[in-house]
Design a protein around this ligand. Structure first.
Ligand code: G1P
Length: 290
């Protein structure tokens, strides 16, 4: 098999206002809300890194600069910690080679498709990944790594999917599934936020993508879709047929951290699994449930 162009860049759309988490997100980007002690965005960035991705492109907006600060070197903090003999290892995941954290601004919230299009000059002419940090994917290997492995096999465009109860599909992008081969499903069609009665399946797009650069040209003239927004799903739908298009069913767990209950569930689940606090959290949970 011929070697494919490696996936070196990932785009993280982080310009959203996070209104569902107000007032917490009035001054703090929702992507920095922590699940235990790690901000949501850090989980997504770590997942990308595990998949061999080097450059992280944040599509940000006003009030989101703290995300970039998070991945910068905090000189005063590090100097003070070093002087006091404290271990800096905890900050390791926030360190980047200079030039590998890149931001572009989405000046107006016109939708996910528009957000991705804002990164076109930085993505250039190579396949790239997209990770939506609201979707917290926990697995070994991680979701993006599983997708990169599938990409090396089939190339083209890939999205991660998972099955949800029928009544929930109207909040998501939904695939029209074709032939299934192991974790891979051929994608015959895509529709954004269909009414449950019209949805082609209950397999939803779960926030991870590997796309060919042509999607940027497709987004160029993409018309508004569901919710009056420029939808990435609609642009991808137009690419089906021209290039291979597959869905990868993620072997792992997913938490919808765009919702408050999903956020609490993720916090509990990950806290229960931690060596340093799992036992204590279990005791607390049992006590609370009485
Ligand atoms: C976006 C995508 C949708 C996808 C979802 C996953 O929707 O447009 O296709 O299923 O993320 O969370 P949003 O949550 O931005 O409305």
């Amino acid at each position: 098999m011929s070697a494919r162009k490696p996936i070196r860049k990932a785009v993280f759309p982080v310009a959203g206002l996070g209104t569902r988490f107000l007032p917490a997100t009035k001054a703090i980007p929702k992507e920095l809300l922590p699940i235990v002690d790690r901000p949501l965005i850090q989980y997504a960035v770590d997942e990308a890194r595990e998949a061999g991705i080097e450059q992280m492109i944040f599509v940000t907006g006003r009030g989101k600069t703290a995300i970039v600060e998070h991945f910068d070197i905090a000189f005063e903090l590090e100097t003070t910690m070093s002087e006091r003999g404290k271990d800096l290892g905890i900050l390791e995941a926030t360190r980047f080679t200079p030039g590998d954290i890149i931001t572009v601004r989405q000046q107006v919230p016109l939708g996910l498709g528009h957000a991705i299009w804002c990164a076109r000059a930085i993505v250039g002419d190579e396949p790239f990944a997209i990770l939506l940090p609201d979707e917290l994917m926990i697995g070994e290997p991680g979701c993006m790594k599983q997708m990169v492995v599938a990409y090396e096999e089939v190339g083209g465009n890939l999205i991660s999917v998972l099955e949800v109860p029928r009544e929930e599909v109207s909040s998501y992008g939904v695939i029209d599934p074709g032939e299934v081969r192991g974790a891979l499903t051929e994608v015959r069609g895509l529709v954004e936020k269909p009414p449950a009665s019209e949805a082609p399946s209950n397999k939803i797009v779960s926030g991870r993508y590997i796309l060919q650069p042509e999607v940027m040209r497709t987004l160029e003239d993409q018309e508004k879709g569901a919710g009056g927004e420029i939808q990435l799903t609609d642009a991808m739908a137009r690419m089906i047929g021209g290039q291979p298009f597959h869905a990868v069913t993620f072997a792992g767990r997913r938490f919808d951290c765009g919702s408050k209950t999903g956020f609490v569930e993720a916090t509990l689940a990950l806290a229960l699994e931690r060596d340093d606090m799992g036992e204590e959290v279990r005791a607390i949970a049992n006590r609370l449930l009485g």
